[in-house]
Design a binder for this molecule. Structure first.
Ligand code: F6R
Length: 607
């Protein structure tokens, strides 16, 4: 989950590497570092915390050199301090690493017994020492790197350089992605094409188990047997998109406000707004021919899948097994030959989701994926993709990708219902019409922001919050709780409203706000009964509903956020917006780092 970059260039590379790292900061921001070689000597600057600290350091103490590697870290082994920051050195070897070396403690013991001293607590340093030891025994840099790679277990992407050769970076991939960028008389490696976008859009992705020798004249790729392999060079897509905050305080705020537009872009890919129908798409599987759908994802993407399950089962009568990917990959689920699998990932790089995909692939199940990054690993390994057209999502807390994922689930559920003949023509037309209105309702939902800011000022004072919802609003309650805890650090839980009396009701007291997500729908009255249970115990209720719901739930002391009246089908897409804004404004009041909350990273490429 760290970001790595390397440049064999023809002008001083340190500023270029920092520029690329800025585009990789979403992968981790505990510390950062750059190393270069100038006149045969390795130089390095590292700094704890955000990249801006490294930039300041480089302003004070610049680094020369036409070759260099850089890193932005999300700590796995060792606390986030300068000593553990990458690059790590051993003799004339410098290395940056993303991922985990699983057998590092055994390798460290072996190297210690051989006289190697460790400066850091990282697993990365063993790789530097392994390579240096091979070179001490006479191996050439590439041979030494290859020999060391064969000793490593785990998931990693590496970039390595050698002070004796200012025209060489060795890269390797086993799990997390690594892209090679082709320039004119200069070459690049990086965790993704976005990092390399300012330099080149000609990209070669390494496959799992590949390693690469990069020189100014080009790249040679090898597999783990040492055989030369060819990987295609492609034009990377979507990398020229500008990544800035506009006039918003945070990327998260900007991304919340972009939702009407990006939901509309995404839906336009799946719906024919003019004809009121579903567009023909190239499909990785046939909804009419399958008997089950396995959906798997992590975090917010998983919660989008959980809402999708309600839709697929309700409208298309298609049973859906939905799993958190880290559970799915190990639970050895039997897969029916008549089934299909669907994976959901904003980044398209989440390690657990990717492992689940590979499990399904090895069972011969056709694979579709809902992804935001079209040239990501998950996208490339799927039989077909359903792109969310959300644009780059920079805020660590997912917002616009979530509502775009929901929009696709809704469109696919309607498509499945039509193909499985489980809805009438009128019913499918009604659902498509409702979905086409989602962008307009999303704009209206943004108008409740002032009311949300008032409530957020109160929420910022509490330590625990409960979210409740029924039906598709139950996963949304979990999403609200996830969003609040990740950016405001307030403890929050999301529950099915009907489950309250089976345990969580014991938590209710005058201090505990209970946020109820309940548009006026078929089961609204059931939720009102649950609110009464809370009110009877002195709980503070914040109800997100529409005007009809507010009129019917006039309990003492209740606070309401009144939303536009929306069709029940699309309610979770629209109600996601106040839920996100509530977390956002609470975090702003509390003064936390909204876009880069502590301990998190945007792309989770480790287990
Ligand atoms: C929460 C959040 C995470 C991600 C999760 C999966 O706001 O963003 O829970 O949803 O890490 O990431 P992707 O979608 O990239 O697979």
């Amino acid at each position: 989950m760290c970001g790595i970059v390397g440049i064999v260039g023809h002008s001083p590379v340190a500023p270029l590497i920092v520029d690329a790292l800025k585009r990789l900061e979403y992968r981790g921001y505990d510390s950062a570092g750059v190393a270069t070689i100038a006149d045969g000597v390795l130089g390095r600057r590292r700094a704890e915390g955000k990249l801006v600290n490294l930039e300041r350091r480089l302003d004070r103490e610049p680094l020369d050199g036409l070759i260099g590697i850089g890193h932005t870290r999300w700590a796995t082994h060792g606390v986030p301090n300068e000593t553990n920051a990458h690059p790590h050195f051993s003799d004339n070897v410098a290395i940056v690493h993303n991922g985990i070396i699983e057998n590092f403690s055994e390798l460290r013991d072996e190297l210690k017994a051989d006289g190697y001293a460790f400066a850091s607590q990282t697993d990365t340093e063993v790789v530097a020492h392994l390579i240096a030891r091979e070179m001490k025994h006479g191996a050439k840099p590439e041979e030494a790197a290859f020999a060391a790679l064969k000793r490593l277990q785990g998931a990693f992407a590496l970039a390595i350089m050698f002070s004796g050769d200012e025209d060489l970076i060795v890269g390797a991939r086993s799990g997390p992605p690594l892209a090679v960028g082709h320039g004119e008389g200069e070459m690049f490696v990086g965790s993704d094409a976005i990092a390399l976008a300012p330099f080149t859009d000609a990209i070669t992705y390494l496959e799992d188990g590949d390693w690469v020798v990069v020189r100014r004249s080009g790249a040679e790729i090898f597999d783990m047997t040492g055989a030369r392999v060819e990987r295609k060079r492609q034009q990377s897509i979507g990398t020229s998109l500008l990544v800035d905050k506009g006039n918003h305080r945070h990327f998260m705020e900007k991304e919340i406000h972009e939702q009407p537009e990006v939901i509309s872009h995404t839906l336009a890919h799946y719906l024919d707004f003019a004809q009121g129908g579903i567009r023909e798409l190239e499909m990785p599987f046939d909804f009419a021919a399958i008997d089950r759908l396995s959906v798997s994802a992590c975090g917010t993407a998983y919660l989008a899948g959980l809402i999708g399950k309600y839709w697929f089962e309700r409208y298309a009568r298609l049973p859906v097994d939905i799993d958190i990917a880290s559970e799915f990959r190990y639970r050895e689920m039997p897969l029916s030959p008549m089934s299909a699998a669907l994976f959901v990932s904003q980044s398209g790089e989440t390690a657990d989701t990717l492992a689940s995909l590979r499990y399904c692939k090895s069972a011969g199940v056709p694979i579709g994926s809902i992804v935001n990054v079209r040239d990501s690993t998950i996208a490339r390994e799927s039989d077909g993709i359903f792109p969310t057209l959300a644009g780059p999502e920079i805020g660590v807390a997912s917002t616009k990708a979530f509502t775009c994922q929901l929009s696709i689930f809704a469109a696919l559920a309607v498509r499945a219902a039509i193909e499985r003949k489980t809805v009438s023509a009128e019913e499918s037309a009604r659902l498509v019409r409702a979905l086409s209105e989602a962008p307009r309702f999303a704009s209206l939902a943004l108008k409740v922001e002032e009311r949300i800011e008032e409530i957020a000022r109160e929420l910022a004072q509490v330590h625990h919050v409960l979210y409740l919802g029924r039906d598709t609003n139950y996963p949304l309650a979990m999403e609200g709780a996830l969003k609040l805890k990740e950016i405001s650090y307030i403890h929050a839980e999301g529950y099915a409203a009907g489950e309250l009396k089976h345990g969580p009701i014991a938590l209710i007291d005058k201090q505990m706000p209970v946020i109820v997500i309940a548009p006026h729908d078929r089961i609204f009255d059931k939720t009102v009964s649950n609110m009464q249970e809370v009110a009877a115990r002195g709980g503070r209720i914040i109800l997100i509903t529409d005007s009809e719901g507010a009129a019917r739930a006039s309990l003492d002391g209740i606070q309401t956020i009144i939303m536009p009246t929306v069709p029940e089908f699309i309610a979770p897409i629209i109600y996601a917006i106040p839920v996100q804004m509530l977390a956002y404004h609470t975090a702003v009041v509390m003064g936390t780092d909204v876009d880069q909350p502590r301990n998190l990273a945007k792309s989770v490429t480790v287990e």
